[in-house]
Design a protein around this ligand. Structure first.
Ligand code: MG
Length: 449
């Protein structure tokens, strides 16, 4: 009886186990990974984030079919540090990709993303992914800093901001147009992105799609110019929305939607000093360039039909640096173990399997730590509006806001909560102890420039 029972189990294992592994591995082609990154888009500039007149049906649908974050943070208050953090999963202070002056890389800059950094594209490429960057890079325009030297098989886009003249348009390492014809950028980027998806339908791919807009100067194509009730800014955002729709539709048409995670967010808040050409952070305070919430809290939309439950809105904390470990894990890779990684795996939030691994957010302006958030509490050591205020205001004791009750940061409650202030100050000390001096990449200039 016993022998027969054991034989039964052995036979069952021989049949079931191989079948199980075949099924798992067949379904286990790692997912395609896509990041669509807007430039200077505010927290409140999309229909699904409450904008009354900017029409974004494709992003609204993406959110309805996926997950929308209401407390999602970029790791930089301006372009260059924010992108460095996204690509490395590390605060820009660790890679030297931030400074107080200049705040971003310029055409006269000699620096860029150091070779010693491990980019998301490099890890995914090592895992056998096809990798492509379409759009604005802004991590160094000299040959050694271009996307093709940091993990991307191909590149099509502008190497820095579109207000830095004359802006070149590049393919891989060659300038193919200068100045770039700016009103054609969004449609041409979109065409490139869709072609890359089609060309790589049979293998895992990573598409990094950092748009040029709505960074100023604003340019929309003929099809969109003059069409939005929100004016030119609306035209530009509605064209971005069209572009997102094209990418998602290509994935659906090719039967790849169920095996592709797409994440949409923005590099920093709205550029408020641009007036009507700048966006809106809604009820959040200030915008681009500042460590008030409007400078760093962004729209965040995750889409993966069949894996991420449709129609979810989460108040869990998340951040752009979290895409690094999350994507690497989904690709079956490992995050580098020889360095501090500030991003945390956000799979529990995306797939509804547990609480958020993110409890804190550190707000840097250039190289200065200005504020920290832990849970619902945010303490400001210093405050400075994004543009137009020469010196920061120092706060000792810090200002304290409960940002879930007071998202506009209006009511300083430090006096009522000395224990919370003390706890956040202790967190700051622990954090500072992990920071090592590195060479600043933003301050060096090309000879004669
Ligand atoms: Mg930006």
């Amino acid at each position: 009886m016993l022998v027969r029972g054991i034989l039964h189990v052995i036979v069952a294992c021989l049949v079931v186990v191989p079948a199980f592994f075949t099924t798992v591995f067949a379904a286990d082609r790692p997912p395609n990974l896509v990041i669509i990154f807007a430039d200077d888009l505010g927290y409140a500039d999309l229909g699904c984030y409450g904008h009354p007149t900017i029409r974004t049906p494709n992003l609204d649908r993406m959110a309805a079919e996926g997950m929308r974050f209401t407390q999602f943070y970029s790791a930089g208050e301006v372009c260059t540090p924010s992108r460095a953090a996204l690509m490395t999963g590390r605060l820009p202070i660790r890679s030297g990709m931030c400074s107080d002056n200049p705040r971003v890389l310029f055409p006269a800059s000699a620096g860029g993303i150091p070779d010693s950094e491990v980019t998301l594209a490099e890890v995914l490429k090592d895992r056998g992914y096809a990798t492509m960057c379409v759009g604005k890079w802004h991590l160094g325009h000299l040959p050694q800093y271009l996307p093709t030297k940091h993990g991307f098989d191909g590149y099509f886009g502008i190497p820095y901001s579109n207000d830095m003249k004359p802006t070149p348009l590049m393919r891989n390492e060659e300038t193919i147009e200068q100045p770039a014809v700016q009103e054609t950028l969004t449609p041409r980027y979109t065409e490139e992105a869709v072609r890359f998806i089609k060309d790589n339908r049979d293998k895992p791919f990573f598409l990094y799609f950092p748009h040029t807009y709505p960074h100023t100067p604003l340019h929309a194509s003929d099809r969109y110019r003059g069409t939005s009730p929100r004016g030119l800014y609306g035209d530009v955002v509605e064209e971005l929305d069209w572009s997102v729709g094209q990418v998602l539709q290509a994935l659906r048409d090719l039967g790849l939607a169920e095996n592709t995670l797409v994440f949409f967010t923005s590099d920093n808040g709205p550029w408020l000093i641009r007036g009507a050409d700048g966006g809106s952070a809604g009820l959040l305070r200030d915008g681009k360039g500042s460590t008030w919430e409007g400078g760093m809290r962004e729209p965040g939309i995750a889409w993966w039909p069949g894996r991420i439950k449709a129609g979810r809105v989460t108040t869990a904390l998340g951040g752009t640096m979290d895409l690094f470990p999350t994507f690497i894990k989904l690709a079956g890779g490992e995050v580098p173990k020889d360095r501090v990684i500030d991003g945390v795996d956000m799979s529990p939030i995306l797939f509804g399997t547990g609480p958020s691994n993110r409890h804190m957010h550190f707000y840097y302006r250039g190289a200065r730590l200005m504020a920290v958030r832990k849970g619902p509490w945010k303490a400001h050591l210093m405050t400075q509006i994004g543009y137009g205020q020469k010196e920061a205001d120092t706060h000792d004791p810090p200002l304290l806001f409960q940002v879930e009750q007071d998202p506009s940061e209006r009511f300083d409650v430090a006096k009522e909560h000395p224990d919370v202030v003390a706890d956040l100050l202790a967190e700051i000390e622990r954090h500072k102890a992990t920071i090592r001096p590195v060479k600043c990449q933003l301050t060096e200039r090309l000879p004669g420039k």
